[in-house]
Design a protein around this ligand. Structure first.
Ligand code: ARG
Length: 570
């Protein structure tokens, strides 16, 4: 798509010898007051080189570019060249790009030829997949989409927490109090109850802890009975997780979790040792990070068992070798900031320059209006239950509203689950937030239902005009009809979609897209209320339908980046 700022920079570069188009692009401003134009170029810096007053330079430049079709007018005000873009020309290039690119509008190619790994979700098996997990899951999935939209080749990884001493506890508890049928019926809730019971009983009888430790060691050594039980816990848990992933329409290329790296850790230890980075401390092996202002990283415990950080190192080497990534993105809660800082530093100390390509993308906490959760006490809210409740509540609301839909079940799912995702991706990821039903399901606020409803509204306008599925084309259209205030506001927002998507990817911040599509939806609704679309005049009607189509397409493309569907009826 044409880039207006770049085009202006090139035009100006032809007038200004001392600066390149790239320099000029950086100097061009977007004035806060639209009376000063859509773009402005300050000439102060040129005065010295050109030995002329900046006002005069601005006047000369203004004169030399004013004839270009891109501009409606060009003015010199003091040291500035103020440029007013020709609205129809701008609408033509914007809507032309939407018509041409359709579902790909918003995509760019900055990442072409490069590979990004996005690691997200990564729950712990045999533990509840609770409301807190929505954050990594949904933010990560959206970042993966944003990277694809900016041209990257993306690999989606789920680093399952399927390894650790808790499996010793789980096995002991299952053997003592467990029951196969119960686990099969409701794996995680049942396993969780064993885990809770283990902690209760261990308070009274601490020898249980020793038993759990021994059992875990057996598991680590590959004892067949323990391994079989562990594998069964893992596959039952994954079945449950997959149900939630399907509901969210979120998928992975690999579920290689922590256990996958257990046989790859000795090599890491050897290398750390060979590079002189390991130190002994009270029987444990550590890497001293004090010179970098961090606490020491524990690599192996005094009993020789390996740790979380060691598995992350092993995983990073494996991924580099397997996928040759240019970037490896870890979408993990901010509580783990220190963990990532530590092991990124270790990679660097080991001499791997690609340590800089490993990026931790942290996020804040989600809490519930009702209060906090705790796995050990069993006080948790399952994500699956939240999603089901969202679908249920949505069904009630749309039945009450008498919503127009061919498939109530499908619409309730699309809107209900979409609403939860949208709320999640509306917040700056780093902020803590409180999950609120009222906010999630409000059809009028800045919510998922509101944006989807606007999409359905645009679809219904096209349907009523008999223009459903029409292949729109800007050529021969009289765009003066959509360059009034409301129409042009919308055009400007549509133009910015590709920039916004690229910016969101750069910042690992899906909320940038979420907010922009709320803006587009609001602008379309304003246009819809301010103007009559289905008028008798064919030229006017067609221009307005074109804008309706473009708004609809942009909303659908934006929603897809948030893993959301865009309903035709609602
Ligand atoms: N399973 C971990 C947890 O639930 C998250 C894993 C994060 N990823 C990583 N490579 N350390 O806290």
């Amino acid at each position: 798509m044409r880039n207006v700022k770049k085009e202006i920079a090139e035009l100006l570069a032809a007038q200004v010898e001392s600066l390149t188009a790239e320099d000029i692009e950086k100097l061009i401003e977007i004035p806060a007051d639209p009376k000063m134009g859509d773009y402005a170029f300050p000439c102060f810096r040129l005065a010295k080189v050109m030995r002329k007053a900046p006002q005069m330079i601005a006047a000369d430049i203004a004169k030399s570019i004013e004839g270009n079709t891109l501009f409606e007018k060009v003015e010199q005000v003091n040291a500035y060249v103020n440029m007013f873009i020709d609205k129809q020309e701008f609408a033509r290039l914007t809507l032309g790009a939407v018509c041409e690119q359709g579902g790909a509008y918003g995509n760019t190619e900055g990442g072409k030829g490069k590979t990004a790994i996005v690691e997200y979700s990564s729950p712990n098996i045999a533990k509840p997949f609770h409301i807190g997990h929505i954050r990594s899951t949904v933010i990560g999935a959206s970042i993966a989409k944003l990277y694809e939209a900016t041209g990257w080749n993306v690999v989606r990884l789920n680093h399952l927490g399927d390894y650790g001493t808790q499996f010793g506890k789980m096995i002991v508890a299952y053997r003592k109090w467990g029951n196969k049928e119960d686990v099969e019926k409701e794996p995680i809730k049942t396993l969780l109850s064993y885990y809770v019971k283990f902690h209760e009983e261990a308070e009274k009888d601490p020898s249980l802890e020793d038993e759990a430790r021994e059992t875990f060691t057996k598991l680590e050594l590959g004892a067949p009975e323990e391994t079989e039980l562990w594998q069964w816990f893992r596959s039952e848990s994954l079945k449950e997780f997959s149900r939630v992933y399907d509901m969210l329409d979120i998928h992975f290329d690999s579920y290689n979790g922590e256990s996958f790296y257990s046989d790859k850790m000795p090599a890491v230890l050897d290398e750390l040792k060979a590079k002189g980075l390991l130190q002994e401390s009270q029987g444990a092996q550590i890497v001293d990070l004090e010179p970098y202002g961090m606490t020491p990283a524990l690599i192996t415990k005094s009993d020789g068992s390996s740790l979380y950080i060691t598995r992350d190192l092993a995983a990073a080497f494996y991924r580099k070798k397997t996928y040759h990534f240019d970037k490896c993105i870890y979408v993990v809660a901010s509580q783990q900031n220190l963990h990532f800082q530590q092991w990124f530093k270790i990679l660097e100390l080991m001499g791997y320059e690609w340590a800089k390509d490993c990026v931790h993308v942290p996020f804040g906490l989600v809490s519930l209006e009702e209060g906090t959760m705790s796995t050990r006490s069993g006080r948790v809210v399952f994500l699956e239950d939240v999603l089901k409740a969202a679908v249920e509540k949505t069904r009630e609301i749309i039945e009450e509203k008498g919503v127009n839909t061919d498939n109530m079940e499908e619409t309730a799912k699309t809107v209900g689950i979409g609403a939860v995702i949208f709320q999640e991706l509306s917040n700056y990821r780093i902020k803590d937030y409180v999950f609120s039903w009222d906010k999630v399901l409000n059809f009028d606020g800045e919510t998922g239902p509101y944006v989807q409803y606007t999409h359905a509204r645009a679809a219904s306008v096209l349907r009523n005009a008999g223009a459903e599925g029409r292949k729109f084309d800007v050529s021969g259209m009289d765009l003066s009809y959509i360059c009034g205030d409301a129409g042009y506001e919308l055009v400007k927002l549509l133009y910015r979609l590709p920039e916004v998507v690229a910016d969101a990817a750069d910042k690992y911040e899906p909320s940038v897209v979420t907010r922009h599509i709320v803006d587009i939806a609001q602008a379309y609704n304003k246009f819809y209320h301010d103007e009559r679309i289905l008028v008798d005049d064919e030229a006017e009607k067609n221009a307005k339908l074109l804008l309706t189509y473009a708004a609809k397409q942009a909303i659908a493309n934006g929603l897809a980046l948030l893993m959301m569907k865009a309903p035709e009826k609602m």
